[in-house]
Write a protein that binds this ligand. Structure first.
Ligand code: ADP
Ligand code: MG
Length: 325
């Protein structure tokens, strides 16, 4: 993904082959996708205006909840819908945020799969930036796992549907970046994955005023692959962090663990212990040649923080530099 979106520059979504160029002045998006097998380029021109929902046309009802990215409301627009209102970051340029938002909308338009949330349209006029999707009346996999025991057959059925939805996203060149059981709904036995557009529009790790405090929401770390965790620091943005198809696969491993064991892995551990879980995970690699040697282990342990910090509810970790340094 391009770091900066200049007026005349192209915006790349994950891979150059899956190119989305945006001219925000005219609200026109052109999408080039490439099929791996025949490398035929298909040109599509889509007018963002066709997907614009004027804010006044939406009926915003009860607040359902809020996450890192904004607030979700139940609402009405030709039927029951979910409305995800985007938080505008006061520290970032509004134009840039709008462009990033429109880029996500352009991506949403091309995502059509039975196991992915149905995008209906978006409010694209600041300050009301919102994504409108179908409303999921079922419960999240997160709640479902914690309410009842998950027999292996059920885990396989759910897991395969998640794999199908994620496989489709990856084939379209899209990295989810926030795959977790709270973003997987179960509607009458069918998996619906959501929130695969959110990460690119928001600063991931909000620093405090001094910029040296990283606040980590409970349960987030256990979905993050070691290569990402090592680079986490206050103020990190998605562009700084190496999200990839393989980091999505890591997150799926945690989803699978939850279905097997009924909760997050490393739940009772201090966040710093989770940060250094890569020692554990690499030693336990299924393939023997992927396990490290003791020289690597010695150095890895040398980098461990020596004094554990006291635990607090929101798990703030004080970092003046990357955990890797
Ligand atoms: P998180 O994913 O961390 O739970 P979100 O901001 O994505 O945070 O969601 C906030 C709340 O809105 C959650 O309770 C979530 O289940 C609910 N929610 C999100 N999208 C939908 C949807 N399409 N239909 C129904 N509820 C939704
Ligand atoms: Mg969510």
């Amino acid at each position: 993904v391009a770091d900066e979106i200049g007026d005349n520059s192209d915006v790349y979504l994950s891979e150059p082959e899956n190119k989305i160029s945006i001219n925000t002045d005219e609200d026109v998006v052109s999408t080039n996708t490439s099929d791996d097998s025949n490398k035929t380029l298909v040109d599509l021109s889509v007018t963002l205006k066709e997907w614009d929902i004027p804010y006044e046309k939406l009926i915003v009802e009860d607040k359902i909840g809020s996450g890192r990215f904004g607030t979700v409301y139940q609402g009405r627009w030709h039927g029951k819908v979910a409305i995800k209102m985007q938080n505008m970051d006061p520290d970032s340029d509004n134009e840039d945020q709008l462009k990033a938002f429109k880029q996500e909308v352009a991506m949403m338009i091309k995502v059509r799969h039975d196991n992915l949330i149905l995008f209906l349209g978006a409010c694209m006029k600041p300050p009301h930036l919102a994504i409108v999707t179908s409303y999921c009346s079922g419960q999240t996999l997160f709640n479902s796992i914690r309410k009842e025991k998950f027999p292996i057959n059920k885990a396989i059925i759910i897991g395969q549907q998640v794999a199908q939805g994620m496989g489709y996203l990856h084939a379209r060149g899209i990295v989810h970046k926030d795959l977790k059981t709270k973003n997987i709904f179960i509607e009458n036995g069918k998996v619906v994955i959501t929130d695969f557009w959110l990460f690119n529009v928001t600063k991931q790790c909000h620093g405090n005023k001094n910029g040296n405090c990283l606040t980590i929401s409970p349960g987030w770390l256990c979905y993050l692959s070691p290569e990402i965790i090592r680079l986490l620091q206050a103020g990190s943005t998605t562009n700084d962090l190496p999200f990839s198809f393989k980091s999505d696969v890591y997150a799926f491993g945690t989803v699978w663990y939850e279905m097997m064991c009924g909760n997050w892995p490393f739940r009772k551990l201090h966040p710093q212990a989770i940060i250094w879980q890569d020692i554990l995970v690499t030693c336990w690699a299924f393939k023997s040649d992927e396990r490290p040697d003791f020289g690597w282990l010695y150095k890895a342990m040398e980098r461990l923080p020596k004094k554990p910090l006291s635990r607090s509810p929101s798990h703030p970790i004080h970092l003046s530099r990357s955990v890797d340094s």
